[in-house]
Write a protein that binds this ligand. Structure first.
Ligand SMILES: [Zn+2]
Length: 69
């Protein structure tokens, strides 16, 4: 059993989750949007891109009329 599972977004609980276990470990991220899109990333740069892409196109962006896919 993993505690991480409680923090990982799912279609029932959409959202963005970023984890960085230690300063020397690469960050990992996962995102699930209520529109059905999901993505994961590993590494600081890729996680940053994941966050930027999610916030620009998914999550709150849907409520701003950002419906581009
Ligand atoms: Zn979406």
């Amino acid at each position: 059993m993993s505690v991480m599972a409680d923090l990982t977004p799912t279609p029932d609980r959409p959202g963005l989750h970023i984890s960085k276990p230690s300063p020397n470990a690469p960050a990992t991220g996962s995102a699930v949007c209520h529109c059905g899109a999901s993505a994961t990333a590993t590494g600081d740069a890729q996680v940053k891109a994941l966050v930027e892409g999610y916030t620009a196109n998914h999550g709150p962006a849907h409520r701003n009329g950002g419906t581009r896919r």
